[in-house]
Design a protein around this ligand. Structure first.
Ligand SMILES: [Cu+2]
Length: 339
């Protein structure tokens, strides 16, 4: 009975569409023709559905997908840097065919890597392109009064703030608008590297340097899941290896430096390279905080490590957080080492 009724509704809908598109003479079609057309329409709709990726976390942002905007970083004096960033809503691909309406800085997750130098003074502007929600930035790399310098910027407005950077290192920045948990879990974080004035003692041994951010995504941006700490994905640089495709390339004997940040918002990281050892580790990227010969580096949420390791044989070297439930949820990178 229900199916019959449902079928009739579909037929009426299809017919009205056809009338609009092609004129009224199609009304004269006999019933078998109409059924035939219904089949074709249903098949086409099913095909279309299979092609359309599933988008999670639409919330108040239905129909909004803003193109990434390049960050502006300009050195305007010996120790003065101007930075301009956007907060915006952009669809990102977490896994093959799995899209997420992310809350982002500049349209990427993680946000852009910013490089400044020890002793710099920053003039920072946030342009909030999100038409619905306030956003802000908290830089872990600076000294600031949070209630004045990390304040919310309203939709379609800009805010400008000045700061002095502190110790050298690899720092998290993130949106600090309430609820902070939701803003971070939806994608609002990135890395600022404050380069040490005198560099790292190991600088001239390094052949390759990359920055990796671990973070979690929660099914459909569900706030209860965020509160309960049940991520659907734990990812390196915002997507699974299936989306990234290419592996990081290196040569036999290369010493690789990874600036590794854990953006959370909830899960700590147990960073480990399979098939190598972490010869040198700088906690939070400060050259004064040096450790030698670690198998695994424990990185707290919002903390970082600069890890350095050598790849001695040709092959494929995965790097993971050694909490393997999180590897299964996507936290995996791969380095391909060739002769
Ligand atoms: Cu935000």
């Amino acid at each position: 009975m229900f199916l019959k009724k449902f079928g009739a509704i579909v037929i009426v809908l299809v017919l009205s569409l056809l009338i609009t598109a092609c004129g009224s003479d199609l009304v004269k079609n006999d019933e078998s023709d109409v059924e035939q057309q219904e089949d074709i329409t249903v098949q086409a709709a099913a095909k279309q559905k299979a092609k359309t990726p599933e988008i999670e976390n639409i919330g108040p942002h239905e129909g909004i997908d803003q193109e990434p905007v390049p960050i502006k970083v300009e050195r305007v004096g010996e120790h003065e840097v101007n930075i301009e960033m956007t907060s915006q809503i952009t669809d990102i691909e977490l896994d093959k065919g799995k899209m997420y309406k992310a809350w982002t800085f500049n349209g990427t997750v993680p946000g852009p890597v910013i490089r400044v130098q020890e002793g710099d003074k920053l003039t920072f502007t946030l342009k909030n392109m999100d038409p619905k929600v306030d956003h802000s930035v908290d830089f872990h790399s600076v000294y600031a009064a949070p209630n004045k310098d990390f304040t919310d910027v309203k939709p379609d407005e800009s805010g400008t703030f000045t700061y002095e950077v502190g110790s050298p290192g690899v720092y998290m920045y993130h949106c600090a608008t309430e609820p902070v948990l939701q803003h971070i879990a939806n994608g609002m974080y990135g890395t600022m590297i404050v380069e040490p004035k005198d560099g790292y003692p190991t600088d001239n041994e390094i052949d390759k340097e990359i920055t990796v951010v671990q973070s979690e995504f929660y099914k459909d941006g569900n706030y209860s899941d965020m509160l309960d700490g049940e991520p659907e994905y734990v990812l390196f640089n915002g997507s699974t290896q299936a989306v990234k495709g290419e592996m990081i390339q290196a040569k036999v004997g290369d010493k690789i430096r990874i600036n590794f940040l854990d953006a959370g918002p909830n899960e700590v990281s147990s960073f480990h390279v399979i098939g190598s050892q972490l010869e040198t580790v700088y906690i939070d990227g400060d050259p004064r905080n040096v450790l030698n010969g670690l198998q695994t580096a424990m990185v707290p949420v919002s903390g970082s490590m600069v890890v350095e390791f050598t790849v001695k044989e040709a092959g494929i070297y995965p790097f993971v957080t050694h909490a393997f439930d999180h590897v299964t949820k996507g936290a995996l990178g791969q380095i391909e080492v060739t002769e």
